[in-house]
Design a protein around this ligand. Sequence first.
Ligand code: SIN
Length: 329
Amino acid sequence: MSVKGHASAARGGVASRPALPDVAGRETIGMLTITPSGSVLGARVTGIDLSRPMNGADFATILRALGQYGVLCFPDQLLEPAALRDFSLRFGSIQTSLTGQFQDPEVPEVGILSNIVENGKPIGLADAGQDWHTDMSYRDTMGFVNVLNAHKVPRRDGKVLGSTVFANMHAAYDELDPALKKRLATATATHDFNKFWDMMVKRGTSGRKPLTPEQRAKRPPAVHPVFLTHPITGRKVLYCNPGYAVRINELDKAESDRVLEALFEHQLQPRFLHTHQWTERDLLIWDNIGTLHNAIPDYGPNEHRLMKRCQVMADKVFQPDFIRQALAA
Ligand code: SIN
């Protein structure tokens, strides 16, 4: 997506609707109850069955909460692949896998993330997201929402393993050094899919092979502003991540490396982090524009984790008409 595209979407940004939360910050809107986690990100949403078609008012509430809290957990929702796809499609188009592997056989928009091996073959991508990144920043049309449904969650001695940690990029922008904010106000960064892939190949824990020239050609680097105006909140976010950002284009290479390191260190400070500890049947959605995430691989090959995933692109959310109509419902 071009810088121009982001700028016009920014004008369409919508501030949050006034609400009357209780003392815990809990709000009930229609049948939905939103309970904030109390940390820097995250809320739990109950009162809806996501396997059924969603009306416009519930979608508006969820979209607004997604902008505000970044990560929403809908407990006790285990969706069939087609229902997971249909729910995800409300937010935008779905990116399918580059390798064509580990997709639901009937619904290819649904990816399978798992360390389970059946008949000597892995049933899913075993190492997805295992370092800090935000999805699809390497594409011209960046990622918007990730939808992850927990089928199996590993545990050891009663302790839940395989958590996902998130970082809040609204807060990271707000607390960035004012001089650096000014210096990078109009800067852009190049994001490259191969950076994360290559790092995982070098780590050598998952058997990934280097991308073929054909695969690399299908994922050319993309350029985005370092600071974006979030299309839902209308606030600025720091849109840069260690997984894919390779260069600040307006700086020479050495200075770009130095500034990128400073941004990465800043954005991952503990005060910006929130950990989601999974329970089976959780359906989690998160906003890739306003957060980074990291899937923690602290479980062994016999401690099984199985997630079904849809990766939704930001092809609709930056359209002022889409966001205005969606939030007005
Ligand atoms: C991802 O990065 O999409 C996967 C996150 C996870 O498995 O927790």
